[in-house]
Design a protein around this ligand. Structure first.
Ligand code: PLP
Length: 457
């Protein structure tokens, strides 16, 4: 096919952008398991959830049936500042790999926060504002979510308090300063500022923290300050709902040019970008209208899907959050200081966990050095410096393209390029200096952590 048949970059027109989010749960026969109250073991009611989360977001969280949920006009206007995001045909990468595969990526790094997380941040801030709240608290791993949320909050004039995983706070001071530029206050976690933070520090002195710890602290802070609610950047159903804009745009752009992906790949931390990217494609698959091979890519140091257990577990280390049924390594699992901070979560979205359990998608894990090799190869030919998280998807896409070269298959591959890596240059430096290691947990370590899963009938 001539290069000119399909443009390097496909942008939708503004009027072609989605006006509603797609709620994948509406098409799932086996719905994701409900969040449980850890005290009673019963599904959480809206009233209980509203003590922690914004009202409208609770409604979205619990809605398993409405397929399309209108995107409020104000959010659509905000989206227009950085969307539609381009769908790029990776012609240069294909050429370099000499593969017959056709590779596309949906690039979500075209905003100052540098990742897809802004898609949900603006929605969550919008509903918090609508409820008349003073502000929100949250956790951040690598800092992308905190950055996105601080941008959204400053736009809407909301206060924003971010508990940042200590290892990232130290490794990524630049993100911290972007957050402060947007008016957020940033606390390294675990901290002495919350009860749960002090407990964790006592039990694990010298810990570099984890998303699980930071979540506990942010929830406690929201619950103890009037006018505040907690918001979360991944894992939850509502976040996957907001991120469906990624997949809806990608599908609209592909449909416009008559392209059908055979394989869709995304990195998976809590599952939000992958859940968003695959949403409309998975919807077709669930309705029996089309088939796609869907692959989640996770770090070998935090292999929730590939080595985790499908069970109810706490979302946080401090055990103050609801129980979610998911593929989990155990809420006590603190992964090694992997540079893909956004993928260091012990659990996984309940929606994706159910789909994986039912055989609708696959998962692979990849090691850190090979991820950075892929990142570098990609940067050199495609011109974008990828986030380490995104590079997990690049690794899997390149591996598949190489397989296609061997078999001669002209497979069409779509992957999510979730963000840019300008704030991850300490990680790139380690890689270039040959100082990057990967601590892959042994079976015993995972078994120890999983043995402590809460007992739920
Ligand atoms: C947070 C993040 C991820 C992982 O989060 P998901 O919820 O699994 O999407 C991936 N890539 C980037 C750039 C991120 O910031």
């Amino acid at each position: 096919m001539s290069k000119n048949t399909i443009p390097y970059k496909i942008y939708l027109e503004e009027n072609e952008m989605p006006k509603a989010w797609y709620n994948l749960r509406a098409d799932m026969k086996n719905k994701p398991a409900p969040l449980l109250n850890p005290g009673t073991g019963l599904p959480l009611t809206a009233e209980e959830l509203e003590a922690v989360f914004c009202k409208e977001l609770v409604a979205q969280e619990l809605d398993n049936d409405t397929p399309l949920i209108d995107i409020p006009l104000e959010i659509r206007d905000f989206y227009k500042m950085y969307r539609p995001s381009p769908l790029v045909r990776a012609y240069c990468l294909e050429e370099k790999l000499k593969t017959p595969a056709k590779i596309y990526y949906k690039f979500e790094g075209n905003n100052t926060s540098g990742s897809h997380k802004l898609n949900s941040a603006i929605a969550q801030a919008y509903y918090a504002k609508g409820q008349g709240l003073k502000g929100v608290t949250t956790e951040t791993g690598a800092g992308q979510w905190g950055t996105a949320l601080s941008m959204a909050c400053s736009y809407l004039d909301l206060d924003c308090k971010v508990y940042m995983v200590k290892v990232s706070y130290e490794q990524k001071p630049f993100r911290r300063e972007v957050m402060r530029t947007y008016g957020a206050s940033v606390v390294p976690s675990p901290s002495e500022t919350t009860q749960v933070g002090r407990q964790i520090l006592e039990r694990h002195p010298g810990t570099t923290g984890s998303l699980g710890c930071a979540i506990s602290e942010a929830v406690e802070a929201a619950a103890s300050e009037p006018g505040y609610r907690y918001v979360l950047g991944s894992v939850l159903n509502q976040v996957l709902l907001h991120q469906s804009v990624i997949g809806l745009e990608a599908k609209a752009a592909m449909d416009k040019y008559g392209i059908k992906p055979d394989m869709i790949i995304g990195c998976a931390g809590g599952g939000s970008n992958l859940g968003g990217l695959i949403a409309p494609f998975m919807g077709e698959k669930l309705r029996g209208e089309a088939d796609y091979q869907i692959v989640a890519v996770e770090p070998a140091s935090c292999p929730s899907f590939t080595r985790g257990t499908y069970a109810y577990d706490f979302c946080d280390t401090g055990h103050i959050c609801p129980l979610a049924k998911m593929y989990t390594l155990g809420s006590d699992f603190i992964p090694s200081a992997n540079h893909a901070g956004g993928l260091r979560f012990h659990g996984m979205s309940s929606i994706l966990s159910q789909l994986y359990h039912d055989g609708y998608m696959e998962a692979v894990s990849v090691e850190q050095n090979s991820v950075f090799e892929a990142a570098e190869q990609f940067a050199r030919v495609e011109g974008i410096l990828p986030a380490p998280e995104s590079a997990h998807a690049i690794r899997a896409a390149i591996d598949e393209a190489i397989r296609c070269k061997e078999t001669g298959e002209e497979k069409t591959i779509l992957f999510g390029l979730t963000g840019t890596g300008y704030f991850d240059l300490v990680a790139y430096e380690k890689f270039h200096n040959g100082e990057m290691s990967d601590e892959i947990p042994d079976d015993e370590m995972i078994a120890r952590s999983v043995a402590k899963l809460p007992k739920v009938e």
